[in-house]
Design a protein around this ligand. Structure first.
Ligand code: BDP
Length: 692
């Protein structure tokens, strides 16, 4: 063994290798073959980037000539392109850049290049950064903001620029074309001259990569920043203030993309404070942006403690407003009706808003899915949502098709993902969380892409041809012993997380004291808003468990189109995945498997724990194919995840057992913790992230 290690080291040394900190993402430097790029297009920053990328990464025939042709083409959307083995034709310079990246990706991942037309699913493909002006990141697990500084210094350093450039390049390589630079819980400061100046500097660096800048704004900015007495969207002084502010923004950033707004939601100010509707608020901003072609992305994440079922509220507030929004407003809807939980059914707003543009919002940062510890590939979760059939315009009206313009005529289409990027050297904290950034970009570009392909692409670009670490004997060896098992790990990782945390439709039972990491089904301090406590969601008692959203319960089920409403309403036909989302069922309810609900719950938690242990084994066996630094980092995270999965299982089973009064089946690993200890300590998780 010693000898083997030694020879690996020697090989490493002879290749001039260095440790891997993961900073290169999926864009690892390769020895490129010489290539000549001939462009029939006017010179532009985007074209220069395309040329540079081809020269930097060409893996095709040495000495080949690649032609980049700019030409109007009816078959192409603005960012689309026609691809050939050595040619890209597009109607815009951005299309040429995306075509260049596509060529390189195909080369690096061994996918064939035929002559074909490639168009993006969505016009705007955006990251939402929940970054605060002081440099902190809400629900960020990878260090401070890459955009804003803790010391509030507005000096733009060469290091800032290099980082922003690397960030923009990564985005462009997967087709992302927009970044909202600050938190939806927006500070009015973002619209001050200093912050706009820095936003301009960021926009200047992002522009050559086709990434446009957007900002999130606080609805009461006219009061807090402008000194007005009101932020009423129908007040002439307020309208004037926003017009002036928008003009100022465009003076700094001529290609500014638009505004993202969280209003009348979770305590944020909004039009409802003045007796106005979401449409009144959004339209006022839309009118200010219209002369410049800017967009308003108005979030539908709204709920208040007054309603008996939080899951129904967004639909109830927004459905009556369908058709009342300007055509440069897009309503931004989270994938599920509650809040980025490990599994939710799709939000019933998808497909139900037929005369309003709607965009999906996914959460890339793993707030409820293990933060920067757990290895969870979210692509399968997003794919599940995008492929869900809403039936709103007949069978086949999937969430994807209801949002990309295929079903309803939308003037604008978009998809947003809450970013997981921070100042950590590897950008995302956990090395495998990079895969979620990658997957989000790929799905925003092509909402039909299977997760298996995304995983395959990411692994090949991130770990193959590694400049560090021992090399596999042959490609076949690498494919069999690394690519296949690790792809499988990625593809099952989200289901494993659901199993050990919130199986069978359970949701929102995480710990509050640990900033949403780990279990907390018991958490309900006296006086706390019920809809912020887990018991509101799981409703466990002696009679059973689950939230009754059937026609005889909260009736949330009726927000879904038939045949879904009937299917979800009946426990016999409701998919197991959503069972306790829609039903409160007795502990001895007979499941499709023949087991009782209690036994089934136990089996899921236990399975989740075993799946993570299996992931550890897969990763351990991958060691010969991975550089030492990333191998050890991921191994360490998996070890922590594995221990914490046991905590989830023990906590939930012991807690629910108080109501079920049933034994944990002998086939299930017995708890190693006591409920008392788990509750008392609320379990001290290692590296659970900031408690914001
Ligand atoms: C919740 C997060 C909170 C966000 C909110 C949102 O816990 O930090 O502000 O979503 O999306 O899940 O507005």
């Amino acid at each position: 063994m010693k000898k083997l290690l030694f020879s690996f080291c020697l090989l490493g040394a002879s290749l001039g290798l260095r440790a891997e900190d993961g900073h290169q993402l999926w864009l690892r430097p390769h020895p490129a073959a010489p290539v000549k790029v001939v462009a029939t297009a006017k010179n532009s920053a985007l074209l220069a980037t395309a040329r540079q990328e081809l020269a930097r990464g060409w893996q095709g025939p040495a000495g080949a000539t690649v032609t980049l042709t700019l030409r109007p083409d009816k078959a192409l959307k603005p960012d689309g392109f026609r691809l050939g083995p050595t040619s890209v034709q597009a109607a815009t310079a951005a299309g040429l850049l995306y075509g260049a990246f596509e060529l390189l990706r195909r080369q690096q991942t061994g996918q064939p290049v035929t002559t074909e037309v490639v168009n993006p699913s969505y016009e705007r493909r955006l990251l939402n950064h929940w970054d605060n002006p002081d440099g902190s990141v809400e629900r960020g697990y990878a260090g401070h903001s890459i955009f804003w500084r803790k010391d509030s210094s507005f000096v733009v350093t060469p290091r800032d620029k290099a980082l922003w450039q690397a960030y923009a390049r990564a985005n462009a390589s997967v087709g992302l074309n927009g970044s909202v630079l600050n938190n939806v819980n927006a500070s009015p400061l973002i619209l001050s001259a200093e912050y706009l100046g820095r936003a301009r500097a960021i926009a200047d660096v992002l522009r050559p990569y086709g990434v446009r800048v957007y900002l999130a704004v606080k609805f009461s900015s006219p009061v807090l920043l402008g000194g007005l007495k009101t932020a009423d969207p129908l007040d002439p002084a307020v309208i004037k203030w926003w017009r002036g502010k928008v003009q100022e923004v465009y003076r700094q950033i001529p290609d500014f993309g638009g505004l993202l707004v969280k209003a009348s939601s979770e305590g944020q100010p909004g039009p409802q404070d003045y007796g106005r509707t979401h449409a009144d608020g959004a339209n006022m901003l839309a009118d200010a942006l219209r002369p410049y072609g800017g967009l308003v992305m108005w979030r539908a994440f709204v709920y208040s403690p007054s309603d008996k079922d939080r899951a129904k509220q967004a639909y109830n507030e927004f459905k009556p407003l369908d058709g009342k929004f300007r055509d440069n407003v897009i309503v931004q809807v989270k994938n599920g009706p509650i809040d980025f939980q490990p599994r939710e059914p799709f939000s019933p707003l998808f497909g139900a808003l037929k005369k309003t543009s709607v965009m999906p919002e996914f959460q890339i940062t793993q707030e409820y899915l293990g933060q920067a510890i757990d290895l969870v590939f979210l692509s399968t979760m997003w794919e599940e949502c995008l492929r869900s059939d809403t039936y709103q315009a007949g069978p086949g009206s999937t969430v994807a098709r209801c949002t990309d313009g295929s079903v309803y005529p939308q003037k604008h289409t978009a998809m947003a993902g809450v970013s997981n990027v921070g100042l950590d050297p590897n950008w995302t904290g956990q090395d495998f969380a990079q895969a979620n950034w990658y997957a989000f970009g790929r799905l925003a570009w092509n909402n039909q892409l299977p997760s298996a392909q995304i995983a395959d692409e990411w692994l090949k670009q991130t770990f193959a041809n590694s400049a560090a670490g021992p090399r596999p004997a042959t490609a076949a060896d690498w494919n069999t012993n690394f690519l296949a098992p690790v792809t499988q790990l990625l593809l099952t990782s989200r289901e494993a997380a659901v199993n050990y945390s919130m199986p069978l439709g359970l949701h929102h039972i995480m710990s509050a004291t640990h900033a949403h990491y780990g279990p907390g089904p018991w958490w309900a301090p006296p006086g706390m808003r019920p809809d912020w406590t887990p018991p509101y969601y799981h409703q466990a008692d002696a009679s059973g468990v689950g939230f009754d959203r059937t026609t005889t319960g909260s009736n949330a089920v009726s927000q879904y189109h038939e045949p879904l409403a009937a299917q979800f309403n009946n426990p016999a036909t409701c998919p197991d995945e959503y069972l306790l989302w829609f039903h409160h069922l007795p502990w001895d309810f007979k499941m499709k498997s023949g087991r009782s609900l209690w036994d089934e719950l136990c089996a899921h938690y236990d399975l989740g724990v075993h799946q993570v242990r299996q992931f550890q084994q897969v990763w351990d066996q991958a060691q010969p194919y991975v550089d030492a630094e990333r191998f050890a980092a991921v191994q360490d995270k998996l070890r922590t995840q594995s221990g914490n999965a046991v905590v989830w299982k023990d906590a939930c089973l012991l807690y629910f057992q108080q109501f079920s009064h049933r034994p944990i089946p002998a086939t299930v690993e017995p708890p190693m913790h006591t409920l008392e200890a788990l509750i008392t300590n609320d379990v001290q998780h290692k590296d659970a992230g900031p408690a914001n």
